[in-house]
Write a protein of this length. Structure first.
Length: 423
């Protein structure tokens, strides 16, 4: 049996954990630079606030309904996700982290799934403060559907475990609600006269495969309760890594752009090392504000080199790229770094004349990462990069005027009552 545990309105719920006064009050969370809505509580959805709507268009609605507005606080959300996943691992060793707020669990056998679901909900709520929904099914597709139905039930738990419960669940939803079914899939299935989930389940698998390929074939079997999509216990290695950002303010300051690109290169290097990867190619890019009525400029430069994950080397290559593409007459809105040609660090083929001691470099980077992990992000960093703190004086930093404190990762941002009680 599979289970999908999903934290309800995750970003909004993370904000509410440390602000109990927000219980029952509508909450929205904004995107980078406070541009548009990326998360809503159920109360905000009931008011009619759409996902992705620009913030400036709903200012009147926010004031009228006393909606709490927050800038994205990814540090908090990431740590709360880690805590959520830690709780789930106490229930099953077979777990797949599907997204920041969703995880699949699997058990070879068992019973009493409703009671287990309620216990998971209660434990996650007690240990993290997050509300969750839990759906059970004999396949991942049915577990995903069960979770969708669980959100509508007072218990927050839904079980699909028998043929009659499968039929009941499929008869109550539209085809687009099924995991893996897109608008393109619906158009292709329409050629076969398939317009409902029940029709898809009962269709000839080979006919479905003829228009939707192997993915469609798997969906048919999954809807029949036959598991065809196993858990992914390990995240596949990335094919490329991109770190980029739209700036809070326009800037033409070359030093600020250099600081931004070096910071992005350092962040990308850390992501490489977490998967024990190396890169042989770096591209840096900068661009002006594409919405501005002024002359536009966008450029990139690519450098190839011996495979590495050394922050110092990548920072140097990023600065080199900026030398090639910077034009002083323009004001820039966005910059970024893209790493390609990724491979396992231990499988990287060195150049015949490469004199760098790669093992020594690797030990140095591991030591730097360990210190930053134990003593705080950015404790050790490239001198020309930025400290990992928001600073309004840095024009390239995000606009984040409504960000809540990072309650779980920064001592100096603990709530005052909690901080005083600790001592």
């Amino acid at each position: 049996m599979f289970a999908l545990s999903d934290a309800n309105s995750f970003y909004a719920s993370c904000e509410r954990v440390f602000r109990p006064d927000l219980e029952g009050r509508p909450i929205i969370v904004l995107s980078n630079n406070d541009g548009c809505v990326v998360a809503r509580s159920k109360e905000a959805r009931a008011i009619g606030i759409a996902m992705g709507v620009p913030f400036f268009q709903i200012r009147g609605l926010i004031k009228r309904h006393d909606i709490a507005v927050f800038s994205s606080n990814y540090t908090l959300y990431d740590d709360m996700s880690r805590r959520f996943q830690t709780v789930l691992r106490t229930y099953s060793d077979d777990m797949e982290v599907y997204s920041i707020d969703e995880s699949f669990l699997w058990w070879r056998c068992g019973a009493g799934w409703s009671d287990l679901g309620r216990d998971i909900r209660a434990t996650v709520r007690q240990w993290t403060g997050l509300p969750v929904s839990v759906g059970f099914g004999p396949s991942k597709t049915l577990a995903k559907l069960a979770n969708h139905l669980a959100k509508k039930e007072p218990s927050g738990v839904h079980v699909i475990d028998k043929p009659d419960t499968i039929t009941a669940a499929l008869s109550g939803v539209d085809l687009i609600k099924l995991w893996g079914v897109s608008l393109g899939t619906i158009k292709r299935l329409d050629r076969l006269g398939i317009r409902t989930p029940l029709q898809l389940r009962d269709a000839d698998p080979f006919k479905v495969r003829s228009v939707c390929g192997v993915v469609g074939l798997r969906i048919v079997h999954e809807l029949r309760g036959q598991s065809c999509i196993p858990l992914e216990h390990e995240t596949p290695d990335k094919q490329n890594i991109c770190c980029s950002r739209s700036f809070g303010q326009l800037t033409r300051d070359r030093d600020a752009l250099n600081e931004a690109l070096v910071t992005f290169a350092s962040q990308a290097a850390l992501k490489l090392r977490r998967q024990d990867l190396a890169t042989g190619e770096l591209a840096a890019f900068i661009q002006t504000d594409r919405h501005a009525p002024t002359e536009q400029y966008a450029a990139s430069w690519t450098v190839r080199f011996e495979p590495t994950n050394d922050s110092r080397e990548l920072a140097r290559y990023a600065a080199l790229c900026l030398d090639r593409i910077y034009r002083h007459q323009f004001s820039y809105r966005r910059a970024g770094v893209l790493l390609t040609e990724l491979c396992k660090r231990t499988a990287a083929q060195a150049h015949l004349y490469d004199q760098t001691d790669r093992e020594k470099t690797n030990r140095l980077m591991m030591a730097m990462d360990r210190i930053n992990r134990d003593h705080g992000r950015g404790m050790l960093r490239i001198a020309s990069s930025s400290p990992f703190v928001l600073n309004a004086s840095r024009t390239w930093h995000l606009k984040s005027e409504r960000r809540s404190p990072r309650y779980t990762t920064q001592w100096n941002e603990l709530p005052a009552a909690v901080a005083s009680a600790a001592f």
